[in-house]
Design a protein around this ligand. Sequence first.
Ligand code: PAF
Length: 284
Amino acid sequence: MIISEDIDIIRNHIKSWKTHGEKIGFIPTMGNLHKGHISLISSLKQAGATKIVTSIFVNPTQFGINEDYAKYPRTLDSDEKKLSEHNVDLLFSPSTDIMYPKNPLSRLIIEYPEYSNILCGENRPTHFSGVLWVVNKLFNIINPDIAIFGQKDYQQYILIKNMVKDLFMPITIACSPIIRESDGLALSSRNQYLSKQERLIAPKLYESLKEAKISIDRKLKISDIENNGISFLRRNNFLVEYFSIRRSNDLKKFDNNQPFSRSIIILAAVKIGRTRLIDNILLT
Ligand code: PAF
């Protein structure tokens, strides 16, 4: 596996691969890799990528002031080992100075108020502009044919998919299913912040989504399903940021009286103690 933080070196490798007809698949990450990240490698290969490129960069601009940027787990050595064991071809692991050479930062703001101010964006108002900023930089460096994102961050996936379309970037954006622990908790680097007690109740988040799915199948009213989900989570000591049933193509709300005719996603964000967890279920 080639490992570099030098943009020119990365570009030269990718240029030469492309000249030889390789299809570049890209997995942007913030590191601390788990099975969820690793599953993206095979998804990319199935989608036709012949060279797998990953990046590891804990992006400061997507964290709010009181969020976990400083304590976000950084495990570069073990991440490198995992990637090379899974035959990744290239790892770009830049420093903050390389990604953001201007100090102080002049903020480039790419916004989609219709997608970025809702759901997670309501509690994390600067988060998605930071994500879009860094993903743009990464796409300009890597120049992938296809890039893949985990379904757990579904709102991020929708934003990036729309950005790429609106900016006429010739990149296919794919989404890979959530990988879960045996008790249902979606894999996330932030799960390790949970205390033993919190870890025991964390799977209730997925339980609440599954309950909502059953209620949708039974054609219950959307607002009732959402309220039931919120009550269930509150009874289990979660602080609920949102529990929402949306159209999966554009994250718009359903009209309460409208029959469920389109693809649906049930999304929730909660806090247990100081840890924020998100999860969702897609119904197609
Ligand atoms: O999903 C993530 O890990 C991050 O938001 C991403 C896409 C790597 C951008 O920093």
